[in-house]
Design a binder for this molecule. Structure first.
Ligand SMILES: Nc1ncnc2c1ncn2[C@@H]1O[C@H](COP(=O)(O)OP(=O)(O)OP(=O)(O)O)[C@@H](O)[C@H]1O
Ligand SMILES: Cc1cn([C@H]2C[C@H](O)[C@@H](COP(=O)(O)O)O2)c(=O)[nH]c1=O
Length: 199
């Protein structure tokens, strides 16, 4: 029997907008419907992802070095997890992908269009991209409420630029900007309504 067509969903947005919360709930929803789901995140928990995460505390690399590390991490992620899962007809839900590279390394001066070109040379474009949108002050307060202190990637000025780059993607057919200012249940219902329209 031919497996169902894989479905590739990405959640993006600045730190604290609820990506991890929504990804978990969306994965649970699909599993309740009997679909096989691969939920993952970037930076990954692999060697390159670990190197990147370490810099959140020790101090960031140059924008160019960060870009190279994220590309290396993502190539492994696509080859080892994303592509095989989609080929097997699974649902893949990512908490961050190359649109974060466009936003975060773009906010440091690397051309977002060039970042997108380099990534789309090997990384599949998702079927759905949800951009969770929230003002920076509220996002940072949620990070504090989570018990974390803002790290080197979570500076107000850079997150403001990141948010602008994310919102610049609005209007593309696979992109949906979702305000995450409402409660998590309300946000999840909005995601499910859009997903239900394409599955
Ligand atoms: N809609 C919401 N309303 C209020 N609080 C929320 C909402 N969604 C998530 N939160 C809370 O905000 C904090 C950040 O949520 P979460 O970790 O899911 O965000 P994130 O986008 O994954 O953050 P990061 O990018 O830093 O990992 C958590 O404490 C979470 O419980
Ligand atoms: C994929 C990706 C991520 N980042 C940044 C964004 C975050 O501040 C950190 C860690 O991500 P998490 O959601 O807090 O786990 O990494 C980036 O700069 N570039 C990227 O491509």
């Amino acid at each position: 029997m031919t497996p169902p067509h894989g479905l590739f969903i990405v959640l993006e947005g600045i730190d604290g907008t609820g990506k991890s919360t929504q990804s978990r709930q969306l994965a649970e929803w699909f599993r309740d419907q009997g679909r096989e789901v691969i939920a993952s995140r970037e930076p990954t928990d692999g060697p390159w992802g670990a190197k990147i995460r370490a810099t959140a505390a020790t101090g960031r690399l140059s924008p160019e070095e960060e870009l190279e590390y994220f590309l290396k991490d993502r190539r492994e992620h696509v080859e080892q997890l994303i592509a095989p899962a989609l080929a097997a007809g699974k649902v893949v839900i990512l908490d961050r992908y190359y649109f974060s590279t466009m936003a975060y390394q773009g906010s440091r001066g690397v051309d977002p269009g060039e970042i997108r070109r380099q990534n789309e040379a090997f990384a599949p474009v998702p079927d759905l991209l949800f951009i969770l949108d929230l003002d920076v002050d509220t996002a940072l307060s949620r990070i504090g409420g989570r018990g974390d202190t803002a790290n080197e990637f979570e500076k107000h000025e850079s997150l403001t630029k990141c948010r602008e780059i994310f919102l610049g993607l609005a209007g593309e057919p696979f992109v949906h900007v979702i305000s995450s200012g409402d409660g998590p249940e309300v946000v999840q219902e909005r995601l499910r309504e859009i997903v239900a329209g394409v599955v």
